[in-house]
Design a protein. Structure first.
Length: 188
């Protein structure tokens, strides 16, 4: 079934078309949800919630934009909404509002060492919740600190601070991995 036919079917509440759209999008969008959620079950739940929002708002989709980009925005926003609702229910430790950190400080590049995407995503998932959310939104999804601050209900300075801390933590993890790979006796 072509994408246009699937969308028409979904707009008519055709269950087969809805399933086909879900099947077509599952792998790409599950990866996005896994970046924002702590485990696979939470990621699947977030994807299902996102998909319901996609189906509920499909009549608002403008065909002048790619469907995948439109859906991805809904998925990211849904994951951020889930994060916000968890944040309200969890004990929150406030962070200082540091403005001195710039986006360009602390590079993640290491000479002569490359990582697979899965390794990097695994490292990002080890970061504390706020750091991983900001890092994902900034470095992977391309949002600016002003947008991130509105999405996560934090100040721009806190967003920058989270990004700085995430980069520092990732550098430490990368250095640890590099040392382990270069010296098998390290870490035993």
């Amino acid at each position: 079934m072509r994408q246009a036919e699937v969308i028409k079917g979904c707009l008519k509440n055709d269950r087969k078309s809805q399933y086909e759209l879900y099947r077509m999008c599952y792998e790409r969008f599950m990866v996005v949800c896994e970046r924002y959620q702590s485990d696979k079950m939470e990621a699947e739940s977030a994807l299902n919630t996102s998909f319901l929002k996609i189906l509920s708002n499909l009549d608002k989709y403008s065909h002048q934009f790619p469907l995948e980009a439109w859906c991805r925005k809904i998925i990211i926003n849904t994951n951020i909404d889930i994060y916000r609702s968890k944040k309200r229910s969890d004990f929150i430790i406030s962070t200082p509002d540091y403005h001195q950190f710039s986006e360009n400080s602390d590079s993640l590049r290491y000479d002569h060492h490359e990582f697979e995407a899965e390794e990097l995503f695994a490292m990002i998932s080890k970061l504390p919740d706020g750091q991983s959310k900001v890092f994902n939104l900034f470095a992977i999804d391309g949002y600016g600190h002003k947008e991130i601050s509105h999405m996560l209900d934090i100040s721009e300075g806190t967003s920058k601070w989270y990004l700085h801390k995430a980069r520092k933590s990732l550098k430490d993890l990368i250095e640890s991995i590099r040392l382990k790979k270069n010296n098998p006796a390290y870490g035993k």
